[in-house]
Ligand binder design. Sequence first.
Ligand code: IMP
Ligand code: MG
Length: 181
Amino acid sequence: MHDDVEKVLIDEGVIEKRLDVIAERILQEFCGREFVVVVILKGALVFTADLLRRMPIPLEIECINVASYHGGTESSGRVDFLDARLPEVEGRSILLVDDILDTGRTLEAVRQKLADQGAEMVKSCVLLSKDKEREAEVDANYVGFHIGDEFVVGYGLDFRGLYRNLPYIGVLKEDVIGNLA
Ligand code: IMP
Ligand code: MG
């Protein structure tokens, strides 16, 4: 698996230190508030698990399954909600967590859906934000790292369902993407 990686963009130690900082900021905002963390699966799974273990306050966890990439390295432009039932969020404060802000469509579609379901407040947190023009008017309240406009894997992010379990954020070798595409 590690052999498929061209370069490590953000290593494990750097991610861990950054999570300490973000968790502290979220704690300051959400402390004393009953809130629900909504995890956008599957990409945000690893990030959220590490983040929440730094937040020793009462919170609930819900998950939403969406897909927008459908296998490739470019966003398909469509956000599909894959669950039969969505979490009960009426009147609740939400921290929405995703792995990466790319075109912005996913975060905006989920934020809108939660607002439509009656959520009182929705704040969002992403591990990565690609520096590029968004196709949806959206910005995250908490961002781990800003990166260039390139396709990355690891720490939850996948290519064709693989590499989510890499402990760092990396860029795949071109021939690996070519062979699997
Ligand atoms: P958006 O809707 O274009 O902002 O895309 C967000 C979703 O696309 C994320 O939740 C990821 O699942 C996926 N995605 C975007 N960029 C990458 C990437 O560089 N690597 C892996 N997945 C990505
Ligand atoms: Mg995803």
